[in-house]
Write a protein that binds this ligand. Structure first.
Ligand code: FAD
Length: 805
C-alpha cells in the first residue's frame, strides 16, 4: 500500500469503482480504492440491475445515456463481461396524466437524440405478448435500455482502473479519516495509514458511518427494497427474443425477464426503513427476510397486467437495503465546509447512472466541476437543518410515491413544517398554500376560499391558476408583497473584502456608497455558477443577496474560499427574513414604513441602505424582480412577526396584495428575467444568458476572466430568448426542445402563463444563428408541438419605464 495518494476512494461498489476508473481516464492514477470486503459488498451485488435513459432532469438523462455507452466500452476495454442485455423498455400509461408525462418524455428524447416511440395498446403484443393491455391508453418503447450483471460491471470498472495504474485494496476497512492542516486527509485503515490529497466517500450503505469519521451528518437512510423472480414460464421459453423491461408506474411495479421467468420489483406505499441507528459493519453479502405480504397490493396489480404471474411459482425473493436521501437523488460533489472531501453516495439508481456519476465525481476532483450542471445531485443542495424525523418521514414518502405521478410545483407533505419564520402563522391565517425552499415554508400562493386551498397540481393548469392570476394582476395594478425570506443574505466586510470579492465576480463592485450592482460569478470555464445583488454599505462592507436554495453552493464559493485575514463573512440567511414590495403603490407603502427617504431622487433604482422598517433594523434595496417599481426589505427574523403585522396593516391601507412564488415566476417571465438554477446554470456563460453587460473584462483579474476574454470576441453559442407559445390549457415546464424548420435549435428552461400579457411564455436557449425574432418556431407543450414566436423585447413594459419610476 502506498503511503501517499492523490485520491483515496472509500467503497468498492459501482460508484466507488466507477469514480476510480474515470479518475484514471482523466490521467489521475496515483489513487487507491479501499473496500472493507470483496468488491460489491453493499447494495450493488443484489440490484435488479435495470438501466434506463430517460429522466425528468435533462442532464440526468444525458448522464444515463453516457452510462450505457460507458458500459459497452468498458467490456471492450477490459475484456470483463458486464452481462449487458439490451432488451429495450416499455413504459405503460393507464391514465391521461401518465400519457402527458410520457409525451413530454418523447419530446425530450427527440431533443437528446434517443428513440422513445409511442406504441398503441393494440400493437403492444408485438413487443410483449404477456401483457393484458385492456386498461392501457398507450405505451412508449425505448430500445437502448435493459439490464446487466452488476458484479461483472463493477469488477470491470476496477479492472479498467487497475490497468491504468490505480490501486484497489480489497478487504481493507477504513477506520478513520482525519483532516490535516494542509487540506489533505489521513486515511487510517486496518492495513495501514495513507495520506490522501482528496477523499471520496463512496461507502454506499455505510456512507453515514464513513461521513461521521469526518464529522459529517449526511441526510441518508437505508430502506428495504424487494423484488422476486418467478419459476420458468413456458410462454417465455417459447420466445426467440428476450422480453423488454416494463415500467408500469400506474400499477407501481417494474418487471423484466430473468432467465426464462420474470423479475418483478415494487415500491410499496408503506416502505420500511432498515438500520435506522446505523448500518452494521458485519453486514455483508446477506439479504433481509422476505416479506411478500408487504408488497402484495403491488403484486396484485402486476398480476392483473401480466396474468401469467398469477399462475407461476416464485423461485426467489430478494429483499436488500438501498440508501435514500430526503429527495431520493444522490449526494455528489465537494462537501461544503470540508477541504478536498467529495461525496459520492446516497445513490439509488447506481446501475442506471453509475458510469455518469463516476465520471462527474472524477471531473469535479480533477477539473473543478463536472461537464454537466448537476444541481439536482449536488450535496450542496441540502443544508444542515435536517432532523432525523424529517429524513425518516421524507424517505418513506419518497419511496412510497416513487412511481406515482409527480407534477411541476407539487410539494411533498411529510415532515413539515421543518423551518418556519415568525410570519408563518400569520401567512397561514391569510390562506397561504406553502411550498418549501431550502427547508423554509414559503407561500406559493394565497387562497381566499376553501376551494382554492387545494392547488390541484397537474401538467395542465390546475386550481392554483385562478388565485395566482389574481395575485399577478393585483401586483401590477396596485402592488404586491412577496416573501423573500429564504433568499441568501450575506455581509462581507473587512480591509480586504473589496479586493477579494472583486476577484470573484465578473462585474465591477458598486463604487459609491449605497449603490447596488448585479454581479454574476463564473467558474474557470466562464460558466455561470452564481448571481448576486451586491450593495456597498460602506467603504469596506458589502451586502449580498442571492438565490436561497444555493446557500451551501455559496458556502463553497465564499465562506470556504475566503482568506483567513482581512475578510469577515456573516451569513444572515437563516437569521433574517424579508419581502419584496412592488407595483404602482409600492412607494406610498414604503414611505409609510421605511425609516429612509424613498423618493425617486433619494432612492433611485439600484440603490440600497441600512435603515429601519416598521421600527425594526432593516436593509432596504431599490430593486425588483417583477418589473415594477419595487423594493426589497430584509429584517432580523427575531421580531419579524411584528414587522409582518405592520406589513399587513399597511397592505390593507393601500390595497396591496400578498402574492406567492408562483406569481413571482409568472411576473419575471413577462419581463424575460432569468433565474439561478433554471436559466443561470454552469451549462451556459454570461454571454449566452444575455448577462454580457455585467462582465467587465477591463476591471482586473477575476475567476474565469481568461475564459470569458477568449469568448468575448466571438458570438456566443447560445442566446437566451423569450417566446410566446400558442397554448390554451398548459404551459411549458422547462427542458422542451425548440424546433425551427423541422430542426431542433434549442431547449426551454422555464415556462409560465403571463397573466398580465395573456400569453403562455417560455424562456429558452437557442443556437445563436437561429435566434432571430419572429414566428416559425415550434415548442411542444405536453409533448405536442405548438407554434411559438421569439420576442425581441419582453411583452410587459419593454422599455423598463415602470421599473425606473
Ligand atoms: C433490491 C435492490 C434492487 C435494485 N435495483 C436497481 C436497479 O434495477 N437499477 C439501479 O440502477 N439500481 C438498483 N438498485 C440500487 C443500486 O443497487 C445502488 O444504487 C448501488 O448499488 C449503489 O452503489 P454504491 O457503490 O453507492 O454503494 P454500495 O453498493 O453499497 O457499495 C458501497 C461499498 O463500500 C464499502 N464500504 C463501506 N464502508 C467502508 C469502509 N469503511 N471501508 C472500506 N469499504 C467500505 C462496502 O463494503 C460496499 O462494498 C437496487 C438496490 C436494491 C437494494
Amino acid at each position: 500500500m502506498k503511503s501517499h495518494v492523490r485520491v483515496a476512494v472509500i467503497g468498492g461498489g459501482v460508484i466507488g469503482c466507477s469514480t476510480l476508473y474515470h479518475l484514471a481516464h482523466l490521467g489521475w492514477t496515483d489513487t487507491a480504492l479501499f473496500e472493507r470486503s470483496e468488491l460489491t459488498s453493499g447494495s450493488t451485488w443484489h440490484a435488479a440491475a435495470g438501466f434506463g435513459v430517460l429522466h425528468d432532469d435533462t442532464n440526468m438523462a444525458r448522464l444515463n445515456y453516457y452510462t450505457i455507452e460507458c458500459y459497452r466500452k468498458l467490456e471492450a476495454e477490459t475484456g470483463q463481461s458486464c452481462g449487458i442485455h439490451t432488451t429495450g423498455s416499455l413504459y405503460l400509461a393507464e391514465t391521461e396524466d401518465r400519457m402527458d408525462q410520457l409525451r413530454i418524455m418523447e419530446a425530450k428524447a427527440k431533443h437528446l437524440g434517443f428513440v422513445f416511440d409511442f406504441v398503441a395498446p393494440g400493437d403492444l403484443a408485438k413487443h410483449h405478448p404477456l401483457l393484458d393491455v385492456s386498461k392501457l391508453k398507450g405505451a412508449w418503447y425505448q430500445p437502448d435500455e435493459g439490464h446487466l450483471d452488476p458484479s461483472g460491471m463493477t469488477h470491470a470498472f476496477a479492472k479498467g482502473a487497475r490497468q491504468l495504474g490505480a490501486e484497489v485494496h480489497r478487504f481493507t476497512k477504513v477506520l478513520e479519516t482525519n483532516p490535516r492542516p494542509d487540506g489533505s486527509w489521513e486515511v487510517v485503515t486496518d492495513k495501514g495509514t495513507v495520506i490522501a490529497e482528496n477523499l471520496v466517500n463512496a461507502a454506499g450503505l455505510w456512507a453515514r458511518e464513513v461521513g461521521k469519521m469526518a464529522g459529517l451528518d449526511l441526510p441518508l437512510i437505508p430502506m428495504e427494497h424487494m423484488y422476486f423472480v418467478t419459476e420458468s414460464i413456458p410462454e417465455i421459453e417459447a420466445l426467440e427474443e428476450e422480453l423488454p423491461s416494463v415500467s408500469d408506474r400506474d400499477a407501481e411495479y417494474y418487471m423484466r425477464q430473468e432467465g426464462k421467468g420474470l423479475l418483478v420489483g415494487t415500491y410499496e406505499r408503506d416502505g420500511k426503513h432498515w438500520a435506522v441507528e446505523g448500518t452494521p459493519w458485519d453486514f455483508g453479502h446477506e439479504l433481509l427476510p422476505d416479506d411478500l405480504e408487504r408488497i402484495s397490493e403491488n403484486v396484485e396489480r402486476a398480476i392483473e397486467r401480466t396474468p401469467v404471474l398469477g399462475t407461476t411459482g416464485i423461485k426467489s425473493v430478494i429483499n436488500g437495503p438501498m440508501v435514500w436521501s430526503p429527495d431520493s437523488s444522490g449526494l455528489l460533489g465537494p462537501v461544503p465546509g470540508l477541504s478536498n472531501y467529495y461525496a459520492a453516495c446516497g445513490i439509488m439508481t447506481g446501475i442506471g447512472s453509475g458510469g455518469g456519476l463516476g465520471k462527474s465525481v472524477a471531473e469535479w476532483i480533477v477539473e473543478g466541476e463536472p461537464e454537466w450542471h448537476l444541481a439536482s445531485l449536488d450535496v450542496a443542495r441540502f443544508g444542515d437543518y435536517f432532523t432525523k424525523d424529517f429524513i425518516l418521514a421524507r424517505s418513506k414518502e419518497n419511496y412510497g410515491t416513487r412511481f406515482r405521478m409527480h407534477f411541476p410545483q407539487e410539494q411533498l407533505s411529510s415532515g413539515r413544517p421543518l423551518r418556519a419564520r415568525e410570519s408563518y402563522n400569520q401567512q397561514a391565517d391569510q390562506g397561504a398554500v406553502f411550498g418549501v425552499s431550502f427547508g423554509w415554508e414559503n407561500p406559493q400562493y394565497f387562497a381566499l376560499t376553501e376551494q382554492e386551498r387545494d392547488p390541484g397540481y397537474a401538467y395542465r393548469r390546475g386550481k392554483w391558476f385562478g388565485p395566482v392570476g389574481r395575485e399577478c394582476r393585483a401586483l401590477r395594478e396596485t402592488g404586491g408583497i412577496i416573501d423573500t425570506s429564504p433568499y441568501a443574505k450575506y455581509v462581507v466586510s473587512g480591509p480586504v473584502a473589496e479586493r477579494w470579492l472583486d476577484g470573484l465576480v465578473t462585474n465591477r463592485l458598486p463604487q459609491n456608497m449605497g449603490r447596488v450592482t448585479l454581479c454574476p460569478m463564473v467558474n474557470e470555464r466562464g460558466r455561470l455558477i452564481a448571481d448576486f445583488t451586491v450593495t456597498r454599505l460602506d467603504r469596506d462592507r458589502f451586502f449580498l443577496v442571492g438565490s436561497g436554495s444555493a446557500v451551501k453552493f455559496h458556502q463553497r464559493l465564499l465562506q470556504d474560499a475566503k482568506p483567513d485575514d482581512g475578510v469577515d463573512f456573516e451569513n444572515l440567511t437563516d437569521g433574517w427574513a424579508g419581502f419584496s414590495i412592488s407595483g404602482p403603490r409600492a412607494r406610498d407603502f414604503m414611505r409609510d414604513l421605511a425609516g429612509c427617504d424613498v423618493s425617486p431622487e433619494a432612492m433611485p433604482l439600484l440603490t440600497g441602505l441600512e435603515t429601519s422598517f416598521a421600527g425594526h433594523r432593516a436593509m432596504v434595496l431599490r430593486v425588483s424582480f417583477t418589473g415594477e417599481l419595487g423594493y426589497e426589505v430584509y429584517c432580523p427574523g427575531k421580531g419579524y412577526a411584528e414587522v409582518y403585522g405592520a406589513l399587513r396593516a399597511a397592505a390593507k391601507r393601500y390595497g396591496i396584495a400578498f402574492c406567492g412564488t408562483l406569481a413571482q415566476d409568472s411576473l419575471r417571465l413577462e419581463k424575460g428575467y432569468g433565474s439561478v438554477f433554471t436559466e443561470y446554470t454552469s451549462d451556459y456563460t454570461p454571454y449566452d444568458a444575455g448577462l454580457g453587460r455585467f462582465v467587465k473584462l477591463d476591471k482586473g483579474p477575476f475567476t474565469g476572466r481568461d475564459a470569458l476574454e477568449s469568448m468575448s470576441a466571438m458570438a456566443p453559442s447560445w442566446r437566451l430568448c423569450l417566446f410566446t407559445v400558442e397554448s390554451d390549457d398548459a404551459d411549458c415546464i422547462g427542458s422542451e426542445p425548440v424546433w425551427k424548420d423541422e430542426r431542433i435549435v434549442g431547449e426551454t428552461t422555464s415556462g409560465s402563463y403571463g397573466f398580465c400579457v395573456r400569453k403562455s411564455l417560455a424562456l429558452a436557449y437557442i443556437e445563436t444563428p437561429d435566434a432571430d425574432p419572429g414566428a416559425g418556431f415550434e415548442i411542444p407543450v405536453l409533448g405536442r408541438k405548438r407554434p411559438a414566436v421569439l420576442l425581441d423585447r419582453p411583452p410587459y413594459d419593454p422599455d423598463g419605464l415602470k421599473l425606473r419610476q
